[in-house]
Design a binder for this molecule. Sequence first.
Ligand SMILES: Nc1ncnc2c1ncn2[C@@H]1O[C@H](COP(=O)(O)OP(=O)(O)O)[C@@H](O)[C@H]1O
Ligand SMILES: [Mg+2]
Length: 154
Amino acid sequence: MLTVDLPDSDATERLGTALAAALEPGPAVILLEGTLGAGKSTLVRGFLHGLGVTGPVASPTYGLVHTYAVRPGGVHHADVYRIETLHELEQTGMLDELRQGVWLVEWASRFAGEWPADNLEVHIDVAGGARVARIVANGPKHTALLEGLCRTLQ
Ligand SMILES: Nc1ncnc2c1ncn2[C@@H]1O[C@H](COP(=O)(O)OP(=O)(O)O)[C@@H](O)[C@H]1O
Ligand SMILES: [Mg+2]
């Protein structure tokens, strides 16, 4: 596990950018956890900026995935906060597409067990005004991503 202090919003964005810099070719699944307002979308914004996305990065609303064509297979930003049932999640088609491209999923723990077993969990804990990120890799592919992130942050 990697722990990163995030004293302000810029630090959250920079962590997202560092994560993007650590990506290797091929798919990735990044599961973002943390309460409303923790900074999940902020981290995604930094990630996308790191991949060359310019302009505003809006939060995806209900049933919607935002896709950015900045890598083969695309980079997909999803938020499953308002998805009530597994059936609804299945209806989005998202679960069938997770092995292509890079996925960033906010509120993934609402559907724990539905995501590929090889993934990266980014937990953002609110500590007073600041935040602390705890990053956990599950499986070999994302262990390599976490190692790359550690190198990027050094
Ligand atoms: N490390 C941080 N410290 C303080 N505020 C932060 C931090 N990271 C993000 N924020 C702020 O928290 C607010 C909510 O962020 P957002 O990314 O929309 O949260 P979420 O997607 O988790 O609901 C934004 O105003 C953002 O600038
Ligand atoms: Mg959000």
